[in-house]
Design a protein around this ligand. Structure first.
Ligand code: SF4
Length: 352
């Protein structure tokens, strides 16, 4: 692999300098900017991240601001991005950086790895892109490009393959004079824009085409090798949009559940059932003035798919007792205060 990397380096880098996308974190790659953007970009597309990143950086411009931000506000800033454990870990990491490193993000890969929520990928990205350390960054894009380029049949879903590529890339960066920030981003960008997944690489415009083994051997549709997909579990859930005047009833998820700490629509597991619905509403002290069935919706998480049934209720009942976790929110409070995950926004958060 080292020989191929030496061979493709010049054309890869000149392609990147020509074709790279403008991104707000690229124009000012401070350690904090790189850190925030890389965490946001995990499992999330660049176009989705862009407005979240700008809003986040405007409100929390540095590590100290992140460390002292209330969790409820952080969740609101993250609302809709999903995988909320990412932002909780960021707050813990920021507190540790303030306490142990005087508010400065450490530059070394090994120190970064000691921080909550930072694994090999993020440590490699921050140390190489922000500090120009000779560290590799191995994400799905990089794995796909390298597999096809070298014709490797190693399963890219295995940690051992990822670690093997990381070590090989690191040793290439160590022997080579190339700026690791540029080289790593070039590989990632090529995987995102040209050597794309699902057997549709754009080899006709690829700067690595003349060295690519998969292309030469007509195997681009067979690589990379991956583990068979595990099918997602399915679950049914019945959600209530309960309005008193224009205020919507929400409940704070408890700590141990999926989407904990965020606000959810009141709900029970399973399909709508008149007896279950009556018992549920009575348990939270809600009397229905009118009830309407909403169209079904679907929400897909990484490991589970929700088939969602919706019931809209208008009520004059008082809010359930303080401490129950239930609370009515006005439209303004919904906009500015309550963090409600995408899954519960399927019908919008207003009366139909
Ligand atoms: S030539 Fe095709 S398969 Fe090979 S690296 Fe380029 S885009 Fe990927």
């Amino acid at each position: 692999m080292l020989q191929i990397l030496r061979e493709v380096r010049p054309s890869l880098i000149s392609w990147y300098e020509r074709e790279k996308r403008e991104m707000p974190w690229r124009s000012d790659p401070t350690p904090y900017h790189v850190y925030v953007s890389e965490i946001m970009l995990q499992q999330t597309r660049v176009d989705t991240v862009r407005p979240y990143y700008l809003r986040f950086i405007a409100e929390l411009p540095d590590i100290a601001a992140l460390a002292s931000c209330e969790e409820s506000r952080l969740l609101k800033l993250w609302e809709g991005l999903g995988y909320y454990s990412r932002v909780r870990s960021m707050k813990k990491a920021a507190a540790k950086i303030v306490e142990k490193y005087g508010g400065k993000i450490p530059s070394s890969y090994s120190e970064l790895l000691k921080l909550p929520g930072i694994g090999a990928y993020t440590a490699g990205a921050v140390s190489s892109i922000a500090f120009h350390e000779k560290e590799a960054v191995v994400d799905g894009n990089v794995l796909r490009v390298l597999s096809r380029l070298t014709g490797s049949e190693d399963n890219i879903d295995l940690d051992s393959t990822r670690e093997n590529y990381r070590k090989l890339l690191k040793s290439f960066l160590t022997e080579d004079g190339t700026d690791p920030a540029v080289f790593n981003q070039s590989l990632m960008e090529l995987g995102a824009l040209v050597c794309v997944p699902n057997a549709e690489p754009r080899c006709e415009v690829c700067p690595l085409a003349s060295s690519c083994r998969a292309l030469r051997e007509n195997r681009t549709d067979m690589l990379p090798v991956r583990s068979p997909k595990i099918s997602r579990k399915k679950a049914e859930i019945t959600c209530f949009l309960i309005f008193r005047d224009s205020c919507l009833l929400l409940v704070k998820n408890d700590r141990k559940r999926l989407l904990s700490g965020l606000y959810a629509l009141p709900h029970y597991e399973g399909r709508p059932d008149p007896g279950k619905t009556a018992a549920f509403l009575s348990s939270i002290g809600i009397e229905s003035e009118s009830m309407r069935i909403l169209p079904d919706r679907k929400h897909i998480f990484t490991h589970i798919e929700w088939q969602m049934h919706g019931i809209e209720i208008l009520t004059k009942s008082s809010p359930p007792s303080a401490g129950s976790g239930y609370r009515f929110f006005s439209p303004e409070e919904l906009e500015n205060e309550a963090a409600v995950p995408e899954a519960y926004r399927k019908w919008g958060l207003k009366a139909h």
